[in-house]
Write a protein that binds this ligand. Structure first.
Ligand code: BTN
Length: 255
């Protein structure tokens, strides 16, 4: 066992060598009724999924590809808070086990030195009123080498190994710490201490207070990232001094 103790998350951990996507598997597993907190980990993904329909680079044995099944009794509009909570847990965990400066770029990119170290993809099954289950998918680049990174994302993606300039970094240490932090933050979530989650997210954020460009589909908005609201929406202050709420998009930090 890689864990000392756990309340909910990580009591059951299922390992795969190669799988299409831990998220896809976890969504199917949740449909058949697995316990809350079940964790799926794979050494490689053949169809790793990123946000906004993108692919997630998932070579064998190098990184962490993990999904967690949660069953919170919340309406679907609150799902983004789960993602914020998971970003806080991941950023805190990596900070604790590495010597990197880690921050969160809205909504849920795990960053170091302006480059992306990891990301979170939350999927839910819900009706209008409530979530049946949610899957938190976590991808952290741990031992990815420069040569593994395609040219298109070479200036924007990185790994713990690249940034710390070491031979290899322990995947199990990162995994165990993330599970521990997720368990801790999920219990804060279940106690309905939303303000504590938002507060920690704001503390870890590298987005708030910066001039940013946000791409939402075919539209772009430029302004100051003022804060996030209690649903995790980004509040952007535009040049005409009005504000705009953004629920999903890509942020580029301009200055
Ligand atoms: C992002 O675009 O930033 C989110 C990336 C999420 C990747 C992880 S890897 C484990 C899990 N399974 C997937 O197919 N995606 C997530």
């Amino acid at each position: 066992a890689i864990l000392g103790q756990s309340n909910i998350i990580g009591k059951d951990i299922i390992f795969f060598d190669t799988i299409e996507s831990t998220n896809t598997y976890a969504m199917k597993l949740a449909d058949t009724g697995c316990p809350e907190g079940t964790v799926i980990i794979a050494d490689a993904q053949t169809g790793g999924k990123g946000r906004l329909g993108r692919k997630w680079l998932s070579p064998h044995g190098k990184n962490l590809y993990m999904s967690v099944v949660l069953k919170p009794a919340i309406p679907p509009k609150d799902a983004s808070l789960l993602t914020l909570m998971s970003a806080v847990a991941c950023a805190s965990a990596i900070k604790q086990v590495s010597s990197l400066h880690v921050s969160i770029k809205w909504p849920n990119d795990i960053m170091t030195c302006n480059k992306k170290l990891g990301g979170i993809l939350t999927e839910i099954k819900a009706d209008m009123d409530r979530i049946f289950h949610a899957v938190i998918g976590i991808g952290i680049n741990i031992n990815l080498d420069i040569n593994d990174i395609p040219d298109e994302i070479r200036t924007t993606a990185t790994s713990i190994k690249i940034e710390q300039d070491i031979a290899a970094f322990s995947r199990s240490i990162v995994t165990a710490e993330i599970i521990k932090e997720l368990d801790r933050w999920y219990s804060i979530f279940l106690q309905n201490r939303r303000k504590a989650i938002i507060k920690e997210w704001l503390k870890l954020s590298s987005t708030i207070g910066r001039v940013v460009k946000v791409t939402v589909g075919a539209n772009t908005f430029t302004g100051i990232a003022e804060t996030i609201d209690e649903e995790g929406m980004l509040i952007l202050r535009l040049s005409d001094n009005t504000t705009k709420k953004i629920s999903a998009g890509d942020v580029t930090i301009l200055r």
